[in-house]
Each structure stands twice: as C-alpha cells, then as structure tokens.
Design a protein around this ligand. Sequence first.
Ligand code: MN
Ligand code: MN
Length: 365
Amino acid sequence: MTKIEQVQQWIGENNADLAIISDPETIDYLTGFYSDPIERVLMLIIFKHQDPFIFAPALEVEAIKDTGWTNPVYGYLDHENPWNMIHDRIQEREVDVKEIAIEKGNLNVARFEEYRRILPASNFSLDLTPMIQKMKLIKSDDEIEKLKIAGQWADFAFEKGFEAVKVGRSEQEVVAELQYALMQKGIMQMSFETLVQAGAHAAEPHGATSTNKIENNELVLFDLGTVWDGYISDASRTIAVGTPTDKQMDIYKVCLEAQLAAQDYAKPGITAEELDKVARDIIEKAGYGEYFIHRLGHGMGMSEHEFPSIMEGNQMILQPGMCFSIEPGIYIPGVAGVRIEDCVHITENGNEPFTHTSKELQYFG
Ligand code: MN
Ligand code: MN
C-alpha cells in the first residue's frame, strides 16, 4: 500500500470525506515533492475514493510533474485567489465534503478561516497530524539508507570543523569553514543552524553561534546536521582546546558515560522513558542532575521534530525502524556546557548510530 493509500484508508476508517494536507514536509513524505511555498499556497488534497490532487503555485507545477506525480496538479498565478480555485476543484469531484481532516499541527488561523469560508458546510474537527506522526515513526530501509548518508556528511563536517578550531577564531568562523567544506562537496543544506559554542557560552543549550572567540583551555561544543534527499542528520560533539579544568573534564566524563550507557541499552522492547532514565541516573549519581535540563532524545527523520520522544513519561516501546537522538547534556552556567549526541536507528536486536565521529575527548587548536 502506498503512503497515500494508507491515508485514504484512514480517511475511510474515520468517516471523513477528504484530507487537506498543508505541511510541506508531509507533502514531501507522501508525494516525494518538497517545496517551502512561504506565503503561497501548496496543498495536497486526498479523497477517500478518488485520486488526490496537488494545488500549487504555477511556478512549481513542472517540478511536481518531474517527481513522477501522475495525479492532477493545478497551478495558480500570484494574482489569482487560490482558495476559490481550490473550492472549485473540490466541487468538480462531486463528493460529499461533510467531514474534512486537517493538519492541526500545521495551520494558522488565517488559513483555517479560508477553509471555513470556502467549505462552510464542512466539519474540520478531525486532526490528521497524529496519524502522520505515527506513519513516520517506523522508517523503511530506504529511509534509513538516506539517514546514513546524511550521517556520513555530519561526520565529514565534524572533521572539517575540528580542524578549523584555533585559539582566537570566532565560533562563526568555524561554522563558515565547515559549511564551506560541505558546500564544496555539494552538500548545500544543513538540517538546522549549525551550533559552535566555546567555553561558558556552551552552557546555553539553545543559544546561537556567536562572534565570541575561542580561548585556550576550554571546551567547544558542536551541534550540526546535514540534509540528504530530504532526510537529516543531527549530532553533537564537544572537544577540548588546550587543557580544560578538572571540573570541565569531569563533566565531560560523566556526559560521555551517560551517552555510551544509553546507546548501549537502546534496543527493541524497552520503553522510551527507561532509556532516558539510564542516562539520567548516571548524571544524577555524579551530582549533575540539575544541569541536565532536557529530554534524552527526540525522534528524527525528515526533521528533528518527530517521534519517539525519549523522556520520562513516554511508555512507547522501542521497535526496529524507530530513529531518534541520544543526547545527554550537562550545562553549568559560567563553567561549561557539554553535549554528546548520536542519532540511532533501532535494529532487530539493538541499534546502529548514523554518526561515527569518536566520542573520546579530542584536543584541537
Ligand atoms: Mn543536535
Ligand atoms: Mn538533537
């Protein structure tokens, strides 16, 4: 069964008539076509018993056909009203449109008001988002192959990034070097903004790469990922410049122990929360529990915002094909931030990481 057929089956089971897909990532997942239309309208309409259609900006129509999409695709020009045209295309099908499933996780109020305006007699209570999230949970061999290649490019980026680390260089310069090296190899897209944070700056886990200069005797945190054919990588390493303090070395040692223990433990049949606890217990026992301020990991695939979430309270049982990060971190304000992250996929009897850069503390600069 194709992915679209699975959605059609779900539409039937839930007594809906059609689904409006608006998240570009979902459209990519279901059709193989990706474009971020920004403020323009890109939609995939899936009917219970009829062929789906894509509604897109006219300038995207040829690219959609080039992906091998054989169902109808309708384009609109910038001066045309896309909503009225979508209405007409749905009316043409002469189907009942009482119950419409929408992606509640990807819809703003202005667009929802347009849905209600063009289809005033329809109900929009059914949410497709959880179903799509569930579909994405188990990756196929083909998807895992793409994640592996994205991982290989992340390893390459670490190698180039570490080489670029020098005392006196800014975090931003290091990012520029590693991304330039990737671009020379044809890897044009990162999966998120590359993070290089030196010294105490790394204690802000959601901070950004800055103009701060790398100093001697500190730790430098890297968090990066590339995109390969729609699939991402996401990995973190922390390296040393000069001689870190005993405290910094201790934080690193504990974080590494937690990461390795969790990665060793990840296998089918355990729950997500058990895995989080394996790493958290080690960090807590070492006295750093209050500085591990996020979940152990997140699902990933086409983005780093998928399931399963590796955290307390999630009793989801891990199964082969699930892909997620294992990324303990210890962030002590004013001292240092350490995070070590690999994404893995669950195999029949364990797991396999997508990235292989050494996790022993490495010295550069
Ligand atoms: Mn990361
Ligand atoms: Mn991550």
